[in-house]
Design a protein around this ligand. Structure first.
Ligand SMILES: C[S@@+](CC[C@H](N)C(=O)[O-])C[C@H]1O[C@@H](n2cnc3c(N)ncnc32)[C@H](O)[C@@H]1O
Length: 444
């Protein structure tokens, strides 16, 4: 129940968002909890190689994942293909991966040569700038998916790489440029490198007949996400400059924006496909969404809505120094930041004073539709763990003790060995108070 003051506050908040004013009913439909949840997840699990689990609606914790069979300790419980994901920009210094399947691409020599090349330029993993070695990568998005929404101006200009470097690896002994180049262009083959082949990068999926089919990552990435977000030669964007600015801004501030952009482009492209199938390819503007278009949009949005919670300003964890009684006004302020030009005025001096190092801790973010249904426990029976063979971008969940049929599969979101108070503090950042058996016992 909201108090009168809170109600006023929330209704003031509603007036801040121009999209809410324009398409209130459509936005409200998109924000509804998804229906036909069980069918969706049953179907999704049937597309995964490991099928010994089921998603159920749990009375007090929402959705949860349950074992349909017994699992032995160390047995694979789930391999989950991400729906949308991004490699963190700082991580791009260290490894060149396919932006669709996240496998390493090229050769060991290319990976090493590229890292040394960037190191010689003084670009470190801590540099926030998004970059790519341009010389060896085709600019044709369809030929390669190695560059996930990079800032084109930086990609093409080595000078920028030098400018954005905040530290050089001065303790390392540099190799002559010729050696580095020959590693990158394949002229220099390192001894035994054929013992470490880099996996073939392609999208692997289960076809209708439950046989494995292959499609090039580039093709799939283009169809699912990139055709809307491309700023390269094949860009179809009517406002390429604005898109480039957005990508540049996201790379310089928080690349979660890129993940959000991918989720939105995924939805738009799915919508267009559904629309083409239903209406012979006629496009309507979102302003003119009628009932049938909206139902197509809801269908297109479904995979995202299955994991969707609330909007950012409604679900961001309350900082320690904000009292619960001030929650409504805190959320109002956060929402205003998202919608006013004042945001830049507030953040720019802070970003400027932080310099290039402010995104130092982030790694990359992805939405895994099944893994994200797994509830947390401080005494989990499974863990997210990459085995030697798990070299793709899929989430791998392994049983960390025997799991019996019918038991809920839980993982730990935090270090579960920490003391009770510290665990609760960390989980408060995820926005919940832990109700796992260990916490319930330690609480009393
Ligand atoms: C990644 S989701 C897990 C799936 C979630 N139950 C759902 O319905 O989508 C994490 C959310 O589940 C709930 N949750 C997970 N583990 C919990 C726990 N041990 N105690 C209380 N809530 C938990 C919290 O609401 C948390 O924000």
């Amino acid at each position: 129940m909201q108090s009168g003051a809170e109600e006023r506050c929330f209704s003031e908040m509603a007036s801040v968002c121009p999209i809410d004013e324009k398409c209130a009913s459509q936005v409200s439909s998109l924000l509804q909890p998804p229906s036909s949840l069980q069918d969706y997840f049953d179907n999704l699990i049937s597309t995964r190689p490991s099928q010994g689990i089921k998603v159920h609606q749990n009375t007090h914790l929402g959705k949860g994942v349950y074992a349909e069979v017994d699992f032995r300790e160390e047995e694979l419980v789930l391999k989950d293909q991400m729906l949308v994901g991004i490699q963190h920009s700082s991580n791009k210094v260290d490894c060149l991966v396919c932006s669709f399947c996240f496998r390493f691409i090229g050769s060991i020599e290319l990976q090493i040569g590229r890292k040394l090349y960037l190191q010689n330029l003084g670009v470190s993993a801590n540099d926030c700038c998004d970059m790519e070695t341009s010389s060896h990568v085709s600019n044709n998005c369809f030929d390669t998916v190695s560059s996930d929404m990079e800032d084109e101006s930086q990609v093409k200009n080595h000078q920028n790489l030098e400018n954005c470097a905040s530290s050089s690896s001065k303790d390392n002994i540099s190799l002559p440029n010729g050696v580095v180049e020959s590693l990158m262009n394949g002229e220099l083959v390192l001894p035994y490198s054929n013992k470490f082949p880099i996996a073939f990068c392609c999208f692997l999926f289960w076809g209708m007949q439950r046989s494995i089919l292959f499609k090039s990552c580039a093709e799939t990435d283009w169809e699912l996400f990139h055709s809307i977000l491309c700023t390269g030669e094949r860009s179809e964007s009517p406002s390429r400059e604005a898109l480039s600015k957005f990508i540049q801004h996201a790379n310089g501030t928080n690349d979660i924006f890129l993940l959000a952009a991918k989720a939105i482009s995924f939805t738009i492209l799915r919508y267009r496909k559904l629309e083409a199938a239903h209406q012979g390819g006629k496009h309507t503007s979102p302003d003119a969404l009628d009932g049938s278009d909206l139902s197509l949009l809801l269908e297109a949005w479904k995979p995202i809505s299955m994991g969707y919670k609330r909007r950012w300003w409604d679900c961001i964890a309350l900082p320690d120094d904000v009292d619960y009684s001030d929650e409504a006004s805190f959320r109002k302020q956060i929402k205003e930041l998202a919608f006013t030009k004042e945001a830049e005025l507030v953040t720019r001096p802070i970003l400027d004073s932080l310099g290039d190092d402010y995104s130092i801790c982030c790694q990359g973010t992805a939405f895994f539709p099944l893994q994200s249904c797994m509830n947390h426990s401080c005494c989990p029976n499974a863990k997210a763990f990459k085995r030697e063979e798990d070299r793709d971008g899929q989430a791998t969940i392994i049983a960390c003790r025997p799991i019996s049929k019918g038991e809920e599969v839980t993982i730990s979101y935090i270090d579960e060995d920490l003391p009770y108070e510290e665990r609760q503090a960390l989980l408060a950042d995820y926005g919940f108070k832990c109700r796992c058996p260990k916490c319930l016992k330690e609480e009393s």
